[in-house]
Design a protein around this ligand. Sequence first.
Ligand code: SAM
Length: 313
Amino acid sequence: EMVEDSKVPECISSVIPGWFSEISPMWPGEAHSLKVEKILFQGKSDYQNIMIFQSSTYGKVLVLDGVIQVTERDECAYQEMIAHLPLCSIPNPKKVLVIGGGDGGVLREVSRHSSVEQIDICEIDGMVVDVCKQFFPDLAVGYEDPRVNLHVGDGVAFLKAVPEGTYDAVIVDSSDPIGPAQELFEKPFFESVAKALRPGGVVCTQAESIWLHMHIIEDIVSNCRQIFKGSVNYAWTTVPTYPRQASLITKFQIGVIGFMLCSTAGPPVDFKHPVNPIDDDDSQKAPLKFYNKQIHSAAFCLPSFAKKVIDSK
Ligand code: SAM
């Protein structure tokens, strides 16, 4: 029996006035909401709508096409994991390529590795870079490292032009596969990543949520198994403001995000047992907040429902 409109409690009105609700076809039927203190920037680039707001509980928030990309409070969980899972898994990474990642947070993490000599980044949207430099200094600090070379352009085209065997590691910090990042989830892109890597080189790509996107993950895994002849693994971490599932048992929400970690044929890479610990004694830099050796190995332990699907691909 339908409840009359007048009796619907206020807490279930569809959009809460003064709150940002993340409504997207990527997660139909649910929408995470954050209370907005102030909208700091709104604009439209050649590629997407960009909004930055001050939230009550997560600091500043970057939103692209209605989807939360970064919040000041929980960005460490994502940036540290997407950078150190691949880079701590191989000895002496020297040349690293970041695709996407315009906010600069991944660059900040890559630059913790003293063996790294060259960090190339290809971000499609120059406006993301500019507004992050203005509003997210703790992320955009990544651009200050002299090893960083910024290319503004499409990551797909950039990779096609990379000479074979150039990079030790490629990190794909992309948005979701709706919009400009769509091709970053497709087979030809993974083929050019594999070509751009040296033998035994590694890739780490943003690979969505095991709760919401198993169908996308299945496709990524089966493509990667065909393309990467070293090892192919799925890892995950928690990021509270990423696509979430409300837990009725614990009554709080935990968003999760996954990563696809693969290596090319060559010196074998055992991602679950990191060989290149990160030296955390550089007093110039803020300490790591999330990543450590134990959480590195734990990230590859999957819930049974996800393990079953991923292992079968
Ligand atoms: N950590 C966040 C997450 O996973 O939600 C942040 C992602 S980062 C800000 C995503 C970036 O990828 C965006 O700045 C977007 O402009 C960029 N991007 C999307 N498609 C791209 C493409 N084809 N080539 C290069 N960069 C792309």
